[in-house]
Design a protein around this ligand. Structure first.
Ligand code: FEO
Length: 164
């Protein structure tokens, strides 16, 4: 059984994962609007992944007999200056999610809520992968010029990461 504080924390994470889904979907729209089809497809698929992260938490909360709540979700930004800025923001956002997951893990351990602690280990591993993925995309901008033909190649490379 979850403590009231833990239910609140987990529900906040559900909202954060949904915000992530909306953020990446908005970024996908910006990319599509600016002729960056590879990045648009990648970010749209990643938005779906974030929904799955939220759903997994939602199911866990309900399985314990607590009530999962879909809270208010802020509208994400829709304007970006460049693809590089979009990717920098995804990486910053993933680091924020990692901090949030780490705080949840810490709270579960402090409460001796070992079931939630165990459940959250999946997210710990997932955040490692997510940060690595977005960092590898960011690296593309340090080896290529974010304009002209290189921008086309960067966009194509981002699109190729869809299934990884
Ligand atoms: Fe659900 Fe990209 O973290």
């Amino acid at each position: 059984m979850l403590s009231a504080k833990m239910i609140e924390r987990l529900n906040k994470q559900v909202a954060l994962e949904h915000y992530s889904a909306h953020l990446y979907l908005a970024m996908s729209a910006w990319c599509d609007h600016n002729g960056l089809a590879g990045s648009a497809a990648f970010l749209k698929a990643h938005s779906d992944e974030e929904l799955a992260h939220g759903r997994k938490l939602f199911d866990y909360i309900n399985e314990t007999g607590a009530l999962a709540v879909i809270g208010a979700i802020d509208a994400p930004p829709i304007q970006y200056g460049s693809l590089k800025e979009v990717i920098e923001k995804t990486f910053e956002h993933e680091k924020l999610i990692t901090r949030s997951i780490n705080e949840l893990v810490d709270a579960a351990l402090s409460e001796k809520d070992f079931s939630t602690f165990n459940f959250l280990q999946w997210y710990v591993g997932e955040q490692h992968e997510e940060e690595r993925l977005f960092m590898s995309i960011l690296d593309l901008f340090s080896i290529m010029q974010p304009e002209g033909r290189d921008l086309y190649l960067i966009d194509r490379e981002i699109g190729s990461k869809l299934a990884r």
